[in-house]
Write a protein that binds this ligand. Structure first.
Ligand SMILES: *Cc1c(COP(=O)(O)O)cnc(C)c1O
Length: 301
């Protein structure tokens, strides 16, 4: 599986630094970016176990939900998404992420937020799971040891020449995989999109025995799916310059953070950088709906 590795430039930054991006967003039309890799061995496992239904968790903007629905559909599974927030039970058809997942046959169960937070530890969720026969449970965000094994395959001999590998972080499964897959001379920089994401270091160390990663907590922009005008401008300038789309929830924040680190001299100028485009572009349309409602500039694609 070959996705292109392309050069790119940063808007507002003159530099001789080698900047390349691995376009995992192009790996599959729907099962995009890191989700493709995180699902790869989970789907295989579900088949081996003879499971018929994939069950997973996600919020209303979740790239994972769409990817899981499509992967289930492509591999002959039914799928059920346990979705955060009971309040959207009557209005999910207005949500472009959930309607897309439903075109791949996913059915939804809407869980109250306080139960959702506890996942399998909630007896409410447990009761739901008990009524679904012969299912394979993919955790929220898709992170487990099989996901890490898949994400490690983003790196290979083809990416040997790079010194620094960067990725956006949600649950940390992808950066764990990059840490596992990295060669000894390579360092991984993860950019969490959640606020107060200190806990991620501990999460990573559950999945990787290497200490070849940094978690940069400074570029969450207020938290998950929170944005600023500056971020949206950056994404649009980046697109104009490179014709590479970034999403506002993950890859936009990672690229903004990377530019800032270079600007501040936090990365040595001789280090060759490979940014991983983890996909997530399906989220743009829902974000643009919100931006239009607020009379703000939208993300150009
Ligand atoms: C889900 C997602 C991430 C986060 O991946 P984790 O493995 O949960 O850290 C990063 N980028 C994009 C585009 C995603 O959809």
């Amino acid at each position: 599986m070959n996705v292109p590795i392309q050069t790119f430039q940063f808007p507002g930054l003159q530099t001789d630094q080698v900047l390349h991006i691995k376009r995992e967003d192009l790996i599959h039309p729907v099962i995009s970016g890191n989700k493709f890799w995180k699902l790869k061995y989970n789907i295989q496992k579900a088949k081996e176990l003879g499971k018929k239904i994939l069950v997973t968790f996600g919020g209303a903007m979740s790239n994972h939900i769409v990817a899981c629905a499509a992967a289930a559909n492509e591999n002959g599974f039914q799928s059920i998404g346990i979705i955060r927030g009971e309040e959207i039970v009557d209005k999910w058809k207005d949500n472009l992420t959930l309607t897309e997942a439903s075109t791949y046959g996913m059915e939804f169960i809407f869980a109250p937020r306080h139960e959702y937070r506890l996942k399998e530890q909630s007896s409410y969720i447990q009761n739901i799971l008990n009524t679904i026969p012969n299912h394979y449970l993919v955790p929220e965000g898709g992170t487990n040891s099989l996901a890490v094994k898949g994400a490690a395959e983003i790196l290979s001999e083809k990416t040997f020449s790079y010194d620094i590998i960067t990725s956006a972080m949600g649950t940390g499964g992808t950066v764990s995989g990059l840490s596992v897959g990295a060669f000894p001379h390579q360092q991984v920089i993860g950019f969490p999109v959640l606020k107060n994401a200190h806990f991620l270091v501990k999460e990573l160390l559950k999945h990787t025995s290497k200490e070849n990663f940094i978690v940069n907590l400074e570029y969450h922009f207020g938290g998950y799916a929170k944005i600023t005008n500056e971020l949206i401008d950056f994404i649009n300038e980046f697109y104009n310059l490179n014709h590479i789309p970034l999403d506002p929830i993950y890859t936009g924040k990672m690229m903004f953070g990377l530019r800032d680190m270079i600007k501040k001299g936090q990365i040595h100028k001789d280090k060759k950088i490979l940014a991983i485009h983890t996909g997530g572009l399906q989220g743009i349309k829902e974000m643009n709906k919100y931006l239009k409602k607020k009379n703000k500039p939208i993300i150009v694609t």
